[in-house]
Design a protein around this ligand. Structure first.
Ligand code: BG6
Length: 469
């Protein structure tokens, strides 16, 4: 019988999370190639430009200039007592074209210095290998993950970074929100559908290639960085049945399973039995090579990392729809919402943690949770973001309850501790940060960083290990 736990463990990994493409900028500096994030002027839910249009503004090209300012920014994270900082390595800094024979030393050196800086400031790096950053050349030349060759290129990149950073990085994640292949295959995997294609066929086939790549990356990580842990990462904001009508309830379960399938494969090590029917009904025939299923079975994730922002509800017959925040159907009348229609539901986090731990029984890591809001500075330039404090407080309380429920949670990295570019819309206006960045949607501003009210609050939360909540 396990002991009843009431508090966050002392080893709990508190911190924050960003992605390289949403923060670094410097999109073509020091030998970096183009990655797909460079071609979305309005975020990954919207149109993609195969060629960069010189007359357009692309927010990720400069982003918040984390590339040059990371020392200053990490100093602020240290002030907030971060124990862990999540970011991604932008694949195209290391292999500018994805299929290069040799890595780009300038890119490798950049992350070497950044990880050293994190350690100097008392933070463990938590590193996503691929966060919506597939090199453009791989999309153009090979059709991205449609092509099995991508597995080889991804593993070449993984081998390089595991060898280089094996002593510096203890926590790795393979593909950010891999189940977003369902909702946004362009951003998530560089997959752009062609006229007349069976969308489900393309999505499951490309995801299969990514599953094999995920497992082989885990294998490599075990060999090259035996002291590290490597997890899979899913978007798992939740969805409730809109009513107790049995059809609503059943179809909501089916919708949820579309996401959980990804966890089932990467954690249990096999395609769940419900896959067969889905594939038959949707005319899907996934080509696998001999040995693929064995690979997937043998190399499974050490932990499940996931993002949780909100819940929504689903009604029978409603098309399955979603964005960076998760599945989205009919608004829930019982809970409030953000200006972007993301409904705030802390109890939903406790529900989700219990759901996932019941299903997988491996440690869970909340690697994204946060509030995107419009922050308006007062006459002295200060931002009084009580709404953000409230959001985090309620979600942390929900995690504490889940710990009492017996759920094993490794850590919590708040999404966007510093304002960055929104992945879904390309806006700066949608701010998550405890740190304000003076930059607007059109790219105006000084880039100056300043603390919002939530900054000290979060620093104290970590310092006290959330004991006072
Ligand atoms: C997750 C992504 O989907 O949600 C992040 O992993 C993203 O990259 C975050 O930024 C919040 O979404 P958005 O669209 O508000 O930036």
């Amino acid at each position: 019988m396990k002991k009843f736990k009431t508090e966050f463990p002392e080893s709990f990994l508190w911190g924050g999370a960003i992605a390289a493409n949403q923060a670094e900028g410097a999109y073509n500096e020091d030998g970096k190639g183009l990655d797909i994030s460079c071609g979305f002027p309005n975020g990954i839910k919207h149109e993609y430009d195969e060629e960069i249009d010189a007359d357009k503004f692309y927010p990720t090209h400069e982003a918040i200039d984390f590339y040059h300012r990371y020392k200053e920014d990490l100093a602020l994270m240290e002030e907030m007592n971060f124990k862990v900082f999540r970011t991604s390595i932008n694949w195209s800094r290391i292999y500018p074209n994805g299929d290069d024979e040799l890595p780009n030393e300038a890119g490798l050196k950049y992350y070497d210095d950044m990880f050293d800086e994190m350690h100097r400031r008392g933070m463990e790096p938590l590193i996503t290998l691929s966060h919506y950053e597939t090199p453009v050349n791989l999309v153009k030349k090979y059709g991205s993950w449609r092509n099995r060759k991508l597995i080889e290129f991804f593993l070449r990149y993984c081998e390089t970074v595991f060898k280089r950073y094996g002593n510096k990085v203890k926590y790795w994640l393979t593909f950010n929100e891999i189940n977003n292949m369902r909702r946004m295959p362009g951003g998530a995997g560089g997959i752009f559908l062609k006229e007349g294609e069976n969308k489900q066929q393309v999505i499951y086939q490309t995801s299969h290639h990514m599953f094999v790549a995920n497992s082989l990356a885990i294998k490599l990580c075990r060999e090259l960085c035996p002291k590290s842990k490597i997890g899979c990462m899913l978007s798992l904001s939740n969805v409730y049945p809109h009513t107790c009508r049995p059809e609503d309830v059943f179809e909501t379960m089916e919708l949820r399973r579309r996401s959980l399938l990804f966890g089932d494969v990467m954690i249990r090590g096999y395609y769940p039995s419900y896959t067969a029917r889905t594939w038959i009904e949707e005319g899907v025939d996934v080509q696998m090579e001999q040995g693929d299923e064995e690979i997937i079975r043998t190399y499974t994730a050490d932990f499940l990392a996931f993002s949780y922002y909100r819940t929504s509800t689903h009604e029978y017959g409603q098309p399955f729809y979603g964005d960076t925040g998760g599945d989205q159907g009919t608004p829930n009348p019982y809970i409030g919402t953000t200006p972007w229609g993301w409904q705030i539901d802390p109890l939903g986090l406790r529900y989700t943690l219990n759901e996932l731990y019941d299903r997988y029984q491996i440690p869970l890591f909340v690697v994204e949770n946060g509030l995107g809001q419009i922050d308006i500075p007062d006459e002295n330039g200060k931002i009084h973001d009580d709404y953000r404090i409230e959001y985090v407080k309620d979600h942390v309380k929900a995690m504490k309850e889940a710990i009492k429920d017996g759920v094993n949670i490794m850590g919590y990295t708040y999404w966007g501790p510093i304002d960055i570019i929104s992945a879904g819309t390309g806006e700066m206006k949608k701010r998550y940060g405890f740190i304000y960045v003076d930059r607007d949607n059109e790219g105006n501003g000084t880039m100056k960083r300043s603390k919002k009210d939530s900054f000290d609050w979060y620093a104290n939360l970590i310092k006290t290990n959330a004991r006072d909540l």
